[in-house]
Design a protein around this ligand. Structure first.
Ligand SMILES: C[S@@+](CC[C@H](N)C(=O)[O-])C[C@H]1O[C@@H](n2cnc3c(N)ncnc32)[C@H](O)[C@@H]1O
Length: 177
């Protein structure tokens, strides 16, 4: 579920949705700065649900998908992201969003969707404009090891699935990240 513009109340201090008309054009913007590595927020109020364009994968299984139930759902994908959803802990209390780079006031938050998603419900053509943009975003299943290795953070369950797909070679990636 996505909070709509009507009666919108920000869910997290320091973050606000910038609503733009047109399908899927909105984004979540920082209204305070964050340092690289800083915890932006723990993930709270999550519910399990089916895979959808609003869900975030939280483990290797078909049923491992959660809804954020907050305006964090407005975080767009970037191939050179400034944030990461870390759901690698077996204890959901430790799941969180953190900054990967310094984030300035007014900057849109972004994460690398294949760092959480194996095979996405709604693939799309990426408009991040980054030099290393990989084009169509479909999930980690559709990426090569080198495309994943170029990213700063990938969740451990995605690396497990890559290991199952590629065998021993993914072990090298796991030790690099
Ligand atoms: C969970 S929503 C993110 C918020 C979305 N921008 C909105 O306004 O609802 C995910 C959808 O946003 C769009 N999106 C996210 N990142 C994008 C990107 N880098 N380029 C193009 N579309 C993107 C895609 O349509 C994707 O399915």
């Amino acid at each position: 579920m996505k909070p709509s513009q009507e009666n919108y109340v920000p869910s997290h201090n320091g973050l606000v949705v910038q609503f733009v008309s047109g399908d899927f054009r909105s984004s979540l913007v920082a209204i305070r700065s964050y340092k690289a590595g800083e915890l932006i927020t723990p993930l709270e109020g999550l519910t399990k649900g089916p895979k959808r364009y609003t869900s975030v994968q939280c483990g290797p299984g078909d049923k491992d998908h959660i809804e954020l139930n907050s305006d964090l759902v407005y975080i767009n994908h970037s191939c050179e992201p400034n944030a990461a959803f870390d759901l690698s802990s077996p204890n959901p209390e430790y799941w969180h969003l953190r900054a990967l780079k310094p984030i300035k006031v007014g900057e849109a938050l972004s994460f690398f969707y294949p760092s959480t998603e194996w095979d996405m419900d709604q693939p799309f053509k990426c408009e991040c404009g980054a030099p290393s943009c990989i084009g169509v975003i479909k999930g980690a299943k559709h990426l090569s090891l080198s495309q994943l290795a170029a990213r700063q953070f990938v969740n451990s369950y995605i690396l497990e699935l890559i290991s199952q797909r590629d065998g021993q070679f993914a072990g090298k990636l796991q030790s690099r990240l």
